[in-house]
Design a protein around this ligand. Structure first.
Ligand code: GLY
Ligand code: MN
Ligand code: MN
Length: 439
């Protein structure tokens, strides 16, 4: 008999908080669809972050309905137990196990959703549900909502209105609790130590795939269930491709290696990028570009404190990196004109960072009603400036062509500034040079 590994009070507390936000309504959250390859080969399943956040439940084909103030308050629809399927796919809790082990008020088999859900929803005045994430559940929701309307007859209650559940839950997920910070810090530390192991392993002749293997080995050995996202292990000019993940080349003497990789720990994920020379020694040109990007990253991190807005961090990144492009002779002209024309996007096409948590690009709004929102203590995000100069860019000075650099750390906002949760992986040139290749 399996047992959940999480403390169920944490999830009950979150449901209570969500419930306070939606009095009179109901929140409906479904699992992700399962990915199946070649008809019958299952990819490892990962629960929808919102459903996990509210229940700790990890099985697919599940739906939660939360009806604050009503009895039963939390209802789950889950797969039935099925001895035959369980011999193939493993243990299922079934509705009974769901109620007992996950402290859910009432659980039904998932195949009863269309029949039971209208009974539960006829007592509420609106629903919070995120359309377009699970087409099959969307389809069932149509019939459920129509049935609720039919049940109301001509009483004047029309179709229940649908509000975006992701907005509601994104707000909750944005500011991390102490419990969440413990998980996230662990994800960050495992990721950082994985990067350190990869640095030590790297030398000319190793393959990008082998470096990926070192990262993954470390993550799994330290208790990760998964990687937070596909590893990017990009040597030489491949580093100028933002989402490179072929990871199939040999790392060559003289090239830089850019690694963007993070471990997932208890569903929270780290997201670290480091760039360093394959042979352990920066050339003058590599060092010049690297120092430029590092200085920008540190300046932006130093600027972080409660009350600032994320948009200012983006703008600061754009401004400082455009200065660097001018300094390196990548662009010429007046900085303001270049930024106005988005010329800097040629070498820095992405943003300065993103919220971090259960998802690598975590939930939560950056703007509220069009206005940038102030940053608060215990929000967590990445700061990841980069500069990418493709080998084939004949307008760039020859000596810089083929250099791609990104430096990414994971930041928590404190009451007065910030905590860098990924500081244990080196980023100063002298520190990096002491580590690379020293397996
Ligand atoms: N690893 C994805 C990102 O940095 O946003
Ligand atoms: Mn990132
Ligand atoms: Mn990243």
């Amino acid at each position: 008999m399996r047992k959940p590994t999480f403390d169920m009070n944490v999830f009950a507390e979150r449901r209570k908080k969500a419930g306070q936000e939606i009095q009179g309504g109901a929140l409906i959250v479904a699992s992700h669809p399962e990915h199946i390859r070649n008809h019958d080969v299952h990819f490892p399943y990962r629960q929808d972050s919102n459903l996990f956040y509210l229940t700790g439940w990890e099985e697919p084909e599940s739906i939660m309905i939360l009806r604050p103030g009503l009895v039963p308050e939390t209802v789950m629809f889950v797969r039935r137990r099925d001895p035959e399927r369980e011999t193939w796919d493993g243990f299922r809790y079934g509705p009974e196990g769901c109620e007992r082990e996950f402290k859910i008020d009432k659980a039904y088999p998932i195949d009863e959703f269309s029949k039971v859900a209208p009974q539960l929803l006829k007592e509420v005045d609106r629903v919070y549900y995120r359309l377009f994430k699970n087409p099959e559940v969307d389809h069932q929701m149509q019939s459920v909502l129509e049935t609720v309307k039919q049940m109301q007859g001509r009483t004047g209650y029309g179709l229940l209105s649908i509000h975006d559940a992701d907005t509601l839950l994104g707000e909750m997920r944005l500011v991390k609790s102490e419990f969440e910070l413990t998980q996230l810090r662990e994800a960050c530390e495992i990721s950082a130590q994985g990067h350190l192991a990869a640095m030590r392993f790297t030398r000319p002749g190793v393959t990008e795939r082998q470096v990926q293997g070192v990262l993954a080995h470390h993550y799994f050995m330290k208790g990760s269930a998964r990687e937070g996202y596909n590893h990017i292990v990009a040597s030489g000019n491949a580093a100028t491709t933002l989402h490179y993940n072929f990871n199939d080349q040999v790392c060559k003497d003289g090239d830089l290696l850019l690694i963007d990789s993070g471990a997932e720990y208890n569903f929270y994920t780290g997201d670290i990028t480091r760039t360093y020379p394959v042979n352990g020694k920066f050339t003058d040109e590599q060092a010049r570009v690297y120092e430029g990007v590092l200085k920008v990253q540190k300046q932006i991190i130093d600027f972080v404190k409660p009350g600032i807005v994320f948009k200012d961090l983006h703008e600061m990144g754009t401004s400082l990196l455009t200065d660097l492009m001018l300094e390196l002779g990548l662009l010429s002209g007046r900085k303001e004109d270049l930024i106005q024309a988005l010329a800097q996007k040629k070498y820095y096409p992405h943003g300065i960072g993103h919220w971090l948590g259960l998802d690598v690009h975590d939930a939560g709004l950056y703007f509220k009603k069009g206005e940038p929102r102030p940053i608060e203590a215990n929000m967590c995000f990445t700061i990841e400036p980069g500069l990418y100069i493709p080998a084939e860019d004949t307008s760039a000075p020859q000596k810089y062509r083929g250099i791609g650099i990104r430096i990414e750390d994971n930041i928590r906002v404190t009451s007065t500034g910030s905590e860098n949760m990924t500081s244990s992986v080196p980023k100063e040139i002298t520190d990096i040079e002491k580590v690379v290749g020293k397996a």
